[in-house]
Design a protein around this ligand. Sequence first.
Ligand SMILES: Nc1nc2c(ncn2[C@@H]2O[C@H](COP(=O)(O)OP(=O)(O)O)[C@@H](O)[C@H]2O)c(=O)[nH]1
Ligand SMILES: [Mg+2]
Ligand SMILES: [Zn+2]
Length: 302
Amino acid sequence: MPEGLIVKALSGYYYVHNFEGGPLVQCRGRGIFKKRGESPLVGDRVVYSETENGEGTVEEILPRQSELIRPQIANADLAVLVFSVIRPELNFILLDKFLVHTEHALMDAVIVLTKMDRIPDGEEGEAIRRTVEEARNLYSSIGYQVILTSAHDGEGLDELRTALAGHINMLAGQSGVGKSSLVNALVPGLKLETNEISVKLGRGKHTTRHVELVSIPGGGGYMADTPGFSQLDFGELGIDEIASCFREFRELPSSCKFRGCSHTHEPHCAVLQAKEQGLIAESRYNNYVSFMTEWKEIKRRY
Ligand SMILES: Nc1nc2c(ncn2[C@@H]2O[C@H](COP(=O)(O)OP(=O)(O)O)[C@@H](O)[C@H]2O)c(=O)[nH]1
Ligand SMILES: [Mg+2]
Ligand SMILES: [Zn+2]
């Protein structure tokens, strides 16, 4: 029986993209799923059978690696963190916050800087280029790929395509940074609306916004058309999880003297020592401290 990937779910139908190509197959789920309390999700790899009317039946959900809730999607394994270099300007606090959340979700991340074509000449432009270089050096030294792009002149798009290949990708980033423009540039013929004003969803309100996966041509993987990580508080994390979501803290060769070390004042703290030695960047450390403060604030409120 053929295998494929669910790219869309709507009104009880699952739309399956066969890895070999061809049109989407409109499928119903097997009755047994309901009985077992299973429900196929966008992003699930499935085995399906073809029925006579040109439709199909999802027969089996292949083992799921992960499941995100907002947007609801299975097997998303790469977060594409989009920041523009100008308008809005690069925001390292937000970047580090996204990275905490992607690490917590066990997703790898690539950092995509957009609007490179928009950097002006002169002093302002030079300052921006310095910041971009700084960001590239810092985050690639931690182990994240950083790609400089422009949806307008095509800079970096081949590199981005290569990074996304073979993954189920999810975009994240503030509104206006160029997420939709980027997807449109990667997928010829697609016309996601740009300059869309994003509607803030009320907390706890279950507005179903269905997510769809767009296949990136040329074996380039899939991209979710709905951005993720929109609610970026630390409510779902434990206090000691924040530090472990900083990749370079987690990967230090030595460990702290005290278990449960908060890496702020304790003697023989490996993180503080690494910071002193310049192995951990000031900006990353400072953001860690402010996230810890924010975490305590949130817990106090609950
Ligand atoms: N100059 C330039 N403008 C861009 C680029 N990418 C996006 N924009 C503009 O930035 C605005 C917001 O883009 P959009 O894709 O809607 O951002 P989103 O909210 O993140 O989806 C639009 O006016 C785009 O035309 C780029 O690479 N270069
Ligand atoms: Mg958009
Ligand atoms: Zn420590």
